[in-house]
Design a protein around this ligand. Structure first.
Ligand SMILES: NC(=O)c1ccc[n+]([C@@H]2O[C@H](COP(=O)([O-])OP(=O)(O)OC[C@H]3O[C@@H](n4cnc5c(N)ncnc54)[C@H](OP(=O)(O)O)[C@@H]3O)[C@@H](O)[C@H]2O)c1
Length: 194
């Protein structure tokens, strides 16, 4: 019995180590690309902190002009100062569709091109709350705001060329929940995180 237990423990240890190596290899923690992005323009939402900030920094270091789209312009400007490159800030509150429209208008009027759009900003676990438009907050910030922003910037991206890219940052958290497609904003059923 003891022998069986020891062999099983060794097998489980080796299997979990191999799995970790496999996941690490498949999903590097850092961007490994060295491709230069000189002359290209990128917009990264929620780039004042976190993953968005690191993304903006990496794109700027590889030569791209980067627009930090965030709701707190002062924080965005702080972040821009920390990045050594061609970085500007544009106000974007994804919970307010008018702010999304203003942000898109600003980019469409002021930028010559748009090569990369990273829809990174996200909200998780803020509890039950609604936007001024009456939408459930997570649905509004994580989905509707970015959906509208993307659509309003599509023409600019199409005109920029064929080598353009839109990245939607997501999370595996959705695997734990369930979409209520008939009641996306919890208007009929009680609010629940899942
Ligand atoms: N970190 C993780 O382990 C992880 C795992 C899976 C997926 N993700 C995804 O990765 C993305 C970035 O995550 P993170 O960890 O870097 O998050 P974070 O540090 O919390 O940053 C979130 C960003 O979203 C912005 N944001 C929130 N509400 C907004 C609104 N109404 N309008 C505009 N911007 C708003 C925040 O702005 P403020 O600074 O003003 O609040 C902040 O810039 C998210 O989409 C998240 O779901 C993260």
């Amino acid at each position: 019995m003891l022998e069986y237990f020891v062999s099983f423990s060794i097998f489980a240890f080796i299997a979990s180590w191999l799995l970790r190596q496999l996941i690490r290899g498949a999903m590097p923690a850092r961007c490994a690309s060295r491709r230069r992005l000189d002359g290209k323009t990128a917009v990264v939402t929620g780039a004042n902190v976190g993953i968005g900030f690191e993304t903006a920094r990496d794109l700027a270091q590889r030569g791209a002009r980067v627009l930090i789209a965030c709701r707190d312009v002062a924080q965005g400007e702080n972040a821009a100062r920390l990045i050594n490159g061609d970085v500007d800030v544009v106000k974007l509150d994804l919970s307010d569709l008018n702010s999304v429209r203003r942000c898109a208008k600003h980019i469409n009027h002021n930028e010559e091109r748009l090569d990369i759009l990273v829809n990174n900003a996200g909200l998780f676990g803020c509890g039950e709350s609604r936007t001024a438009d009456g939408y459930e907050m997570h649905m509004a910030v994580n989905h509707l705001g970015h959906f509208l922003l993307t659509n309003l910037l599509l023409d600019k991206m199409r005109r920029t060329g064929e080598d353009v890219r839109i990245v939607n940052v997501s999370s595996r958290e959705h695997l734990r929940g369930k979409m209520h497609l008939d009641d996306l904003h919890f208007k009929q059923r009680p609010y629940s995180r899942t």
